[in-house]
Design a protein around this ligand. Sequence first.
Ligand code: NDP
Length: 390
Amino acid sequence: MRKVSVFGATGSVGQNTIDLIDRNPSAYDVVALTGGANIEKLAEDARRLKADVAVTAHEDRLDDLRAALTGSDVEAAAGQSALTEAGARSADWVMSAIVGAAGLPPGLEALKQGATLALANKETLVCAGQLVLETAHTHNARLLPVDSEHSAVFQALAGEDMDAVERIIITASGGAFRDWPLRDLANATVEQASSHPNWNMGQRITIDSASMFNKALELIETKEFFGVTPDQIEVIVHPESIVHSMVGFKDGAVMAHMGAPDMRHAIGYALNWPDRRELPIARLDLAKLGQLRFHEPDEARYPALRLARNVMERGGLSGAVFNAAKERALDLFIARQVGFLEMAEIVESVLNRFEASDGLLDAPFNLDNVLRTDHLARKWADEAMMKTAG
Ligand code: NDP
């Protein structure tokens, strides 16, 4: 039996992971499930899967979790340190599907005990790519991509020599506003941004898809995961979300990965890797689809892409700044304190402020400095918001 943990178990990726575990429960010994506010779901899944421990991120919800687990053998824990401890529990395979930079510390712990880390939480590599890769290397742990684009690239690269790779082409659906006139974006509401044309995902990543901040994070993740240069990474808008990404080789060949837009493919691929097993995914009917469309993204519509390119060129701790400022700007948009287009303005202003502050971006790359940078970037995002509002 494989020992598995699911971080962010109550979320969209977490529930898809649990769906796959539920289909073959005798194959898995569940170690830790973690969640946030959704105590009921966390406890229900932990009981059914007989997890060793269930952890909520919210310290003040420990009593609720304990009550929900009464009569079971599942241990209850709460708070940031409990999340990190869950990462340190011995497991063969760990799904990292917490949303945001909060996923970084438990993911690092899982790597330190040599687990295979299935990485949905792209923020981990965006904030701390160098640290994460070094930790995996030192502890002989493996990272597997779960973002559908990176899983697609990983699969297209199987058996290939990285020296033969010319470019990586990341596809983007274009999100909720891909057909909106540019002038209307300033007034886009949270509800409008929270509905994705092709994928069923958590609210934050869905809004990030509309602004293309999600794609921006994925560009940085691509650079870190596959060790390519920024100019080897391209983005192409593909409204059908059938081609999940492509790799172009030096001989002109392009390998594309196709499939129905269902996260259980990328999750199942990482769960079964290096094997391929039956998955409950709709099969493609290309004749019925008829056509697949592609076009270049309009960078005026999506400033996040330009900012991501600057971050990739700049390196250092700029990824941690970019992610934290973006997370805070998104909080402010969801709280209706800033408009849709102001999110990118806030992120750019925070990046510029860090660049102008001697040495901040070039501090040594360790967890303390990443967390300190994250904290400061959020504070400066609030200050940038005040200026925008004023
Ligand atoms: P959701 O918002 O659906 O779920 C997030 C999970 O993290 C929930 O379990 C939530 O708990 C928990 N959580 C929220 N805040 C915290 C915190 N501060 N500390 C610890 N746990 C927390 O997100 P998604 O599943 O959509 O996305 C998860 C990650 O996967 C993100 O990094 C996203 O970019 C990435 N991803 C998602 C895809 C998708 O299809 N959804 C596709 C590819 C990548 P609770 O709900 O109980 O409060």
